[in-house]
Write a protein that binds this ligand. Structure first.
Ligand SMILES: Nc1ncnc2c1ncn2[C@@H]1O[C@H](COP(=O)(O)OP(=O)(O)O)[C@@H](O)[C@H]1O
Ligand SMILES: [Mg+2]
Length: 262
């Protein structure tokens, strides 16, 4: 469904040119939950911006349902870390959710889609609140509802739970697993949190430090439904987590070693 081939990005030009993303190739199948994990600053947001058509690649290509991505495809929805910047403070929760779908649908349909999305994230009774009247975790639920109301084929998420406390974070992780089970949506979630990537994903694409490359694509064969306690108690979970951690640590250590030698 989503195909990324030899994707690279260099910021700047001439002497100031910095390669950030280096020849990434991977695919995402329909209905799959794929996490992309890599150290901070390795180029994860850069990668998502290219996949979502917000920024052109320097070379390589990303295609969606067989069509090259140029400009933001209508069938993609994005959720960012900074919910405070993605929701409009002067609109209510339901107005925020309805905003991107208003042009496409009649008023009644818009209202129904908004109601369904709010219900899916457990915020039925907050439709007339303003974002600033809600906690961070609730605002992120609104951002997720807005993406769901859009009925995207792929939901792209950039460190969506990095700005909330640990308890809220686990709640939101489980919300995503539930939504995926309920609606069969395809999710690509970027995170620097190894535990989170292993807990959520069917497959984890492990990225190395900048200029980032795919280090390994790890299949996560943990049983579904996942559970914050029992899944994380499994030996298999500890093994996978250790494996991904080692892959990233080795790459970061060898880069730092190389930097001290040169
Ligand atoms: N618009 C830009 N121009 C120049 N450099 C950038 C730009 N955006 C990001 N970078 C640099 O690219 C690298 C990767 O950034 P980013 O994709 O945000 O990483 P991540 O999301 O993994 O933390 C960083 O070193 C960052 O400073
Ligand atoms: Mg980022």
């Amino acid at each position: 469904m989503l195909e990324v081939q030899h994707l690279s990005k260099t910021y700047g030009s001439g002497e100031a040119a910095v390669r950030v993303v280096d020849d990434l190739t991977f695919t995402v199948k329909e209905g799959e939950f794929v996490c992309i994990v890599g150290p901070s600053g390795c180029g994860k947001t850069t990668l998502l911006k290219m996949i979502s058509g917000l920024m052109p690649a320097t070379s390589g290509e990303a295609s969606f349902d067989g069509e090259l991505i140029a400009g933001v495809p209508e069938t993609l929805a994005l959720v960012f870390q900074e919910y405070t910047r993605s929701l409009l403070p002067w609109l209510t929760v339901s107005e925020n959710i309805a905003l991107p779908i208003k042009k496409k649908h009649k008023r009644e349909d818009c209202e129904r889609l908004t109601r369904e999305a709010l219900h899916a994230v457990g915020l039925d009774s907050f439709s007339d609140h303003y974002p600033w009247q809600l906690s961070g975790g609730m605002q992120q639920r609104v951002a997720i509802a807005r993406a769901l109301a859009y009925h995207p084929k792929v939901l792209l998420m950039d460190e969506p739970f990095a700005s909330v406390d640990a308890q809220t974070r686990s709640d939101l992780e489980d919300l995503m697993l539930g939504l995926r089970a309920q609606f069969g949506i395809t999710v690509v979630l970027v995170t620097h949190d190894i535990d989170e990537s292993v807990y959520l994903a069917d497959r984890v694409v492990v990225l190395g430090p900048s200029p980032t490359r795919v280090v390994e694509i790890v299949d996560i064969n943990l049983p579904q439904p996942r559970d914050q306690i029992t899944t994380k108690e499994l030996h298999e979970f500890a093994n996978l987590r250790g494996h991904v951690m080692r892959l990233i640590k080795q790459r970061v250590d060898s880069r730092n070693g190389a930097a001290t030698l040169s």
